[in-house]
Design a protein around this ligand. Sequence first.
Ligand code: HEC
Length: 110
Amino acid sequence: MIRYAVIALVMVTGALPVQAEEGAAPGLGESIYRANCASCHDTGEVGAPRIGDRQAWKARIAEGRRMQVRMAIRGIRKMPPRGGNPDLSDREVEAAVVYLLNQSGARFKP
Ligand code: HEC
């Protein structure tokens, strides 16, 4: 429903409202991302794929949301489990992953 409203709005105004992809908990994924993930994923530190780099994320997004969340929880190579913060719940890691992927070409529900 919200998605249709956004599409209708885009057709009328020709502009995307800011944060159009954010749903039930506005800003949760972004704030978790900022606090725990941005140090690597904003900068490309230790070879992390950068947020917004669609080319770098394309194949990862194609693996699907669940797989990406699982890797973020477990860690992979230089990516530490839960971004190095063991206090994050699975739900919080997922919110950050979805934020990161949606900034990089995906269209997952928050
Ligand atoms: C210490 C640096 C660092 C931090 C902090 C970090 N990442 Fe990563 N992340 C990486 C690196 C490096 C990779 C690339 C891993 C690879 O594929 O070799 C990666 C890859 C990923 C991937 C893709 C996994 C794949 O398929 O390769 C996701 C999703 C991800 N990070 C999410 C997050 C989230 C969410 C957070 C915060 C909770 C976070 N990262 C924090 C370094 C980091």
